[in-house]
Design a binder for this molecule. Structure first.
Ligand SMILES: NC(=O)c1ccc[n+]([C@@H]2O[C@H](COP(=O)([O-])OP(=O)(O)OC[C@H]3O[C@@H](n4cnc5c(N)ncnc54)[C@H](OP(=O)(O)O)[C@@H]3O)[C@@H](O)[C@H]2O)c1
Length: 231
């Protein structure tokens, strides 16, 4: 047997896919890459056209075509894709790209000068009824398993707030809501690796408090601040 064949095999690092390479998507990418998690990322631009942008905002992230966003994540990890595309563009995101992967819904419904961003019809109906937007997103992107997370921290806070070297008690706490226990657990593990203290609020419906008009939005919180909102 050759030396090459007897050498111990090192496992490839896990890979996470990110849909959207804007402010949020590239900030998630930087935090993941700093935690030794590989990143595949896409936008409306072809991979080649994204290269320069990524060199500046998320060096090390791999530009891919949207339909390839989940491929490597399933080979090298639990198959997690982060949705970081504005909600008004969600009709342009094909659920087939995500398939049965875990989908971290990091999106928010934005209101500009009193006017809500124009939403796809399936999302507009839910938001008008004051349902959490992630519930409509979970239905639209089924069979993906949706986990609401990472939407309530600003892109400009992510790099500094990630405390990979800190004990859990000193880390910034981030809320997680999901109907699927296994998916929620895997996403919480990812957030720990990124340097946060994840707190489960329970089902997706409990994630309403994570939205822009809710009490958790863009606040530097600790575990004890989040626990009262857990169901
Ligand atoms: N900004 C934050 O601090 C923050 C934090 C947490 C969560 N969020 C949420 O994340 C979402 C994105 O916010 P953002 O601030 O990152 O927006 P942004 O800076 O405008 O970036 C949006 C990105 O989505 C891409 N995109 C649009 N349509 C797409 C499609 N069909 N397929 C693939 N990519 C597509 C855009 O591609 P192109 O570059 O090719 O146009 C762009 O890269 C929003 O819902 C926001 O509420 C934002």
């Amino acid at each position: 047997m050759s030396e090459q064949n007897t050498a111990p095999r090192t496992a490839s690092p896990p890979v996470v896919g990110i849909l959207g390479a804007g402010r949020a998507g590239t900030a998630f990418a930087r935090t993941l890459l700093a935690a030794d998690v590989g990143v595949d990322i896409c936008s409306t631009r072809p991979p080649k056209a994204l290269q320069h942008h990524l060199k500046i905002y998320a060096p090390g992230a791999e530009p891919v075509a949207p339909e390839q966003i989940a491929e490597r994540t399933r080979r090298n990890g639990p198959g997690i894709v982060i949705l970081a595309v504005p909600q008004e563009e969600l009709d342009e995101v094909d659920p087939a790209w995500i398939g049965e992967s875990i989908l971290i819904d990091a999106t928010n419904t934005w209101t500009y000068s009193g006017e809500r961003e124009p939403l796809p019809g399936w999302l507009e109906a839910a938001v008008t009824e004051q349902l959490p937007s992630s519930m409509a997103i979970a239905g639209h992107f089924s069979p993906a398993r949706t986990v609401k997370a990472l939407n309530h921290i600003a892109h400009s806070d992510l790099d500094d707030a990630a405390g990979r070297d800190l004990p859990m008690t000193q880390r910034r706490a981030l809320a997680v809501a999901a109907d699927d226990d296994q998916a929620r657990g895997l996403v919480m593990g990812l957030l720990v690796r990124m340097g946060f203290d994840p707190v489960s609020l329970g089902p997706l419906a409990a994630g309403r408090v994570m939205e822009p008009d809710g009490p958790l939005f863009n606040r530097p919180l600790r575990r004890e601040d989040l626990l009262p909102y857990a169901r």
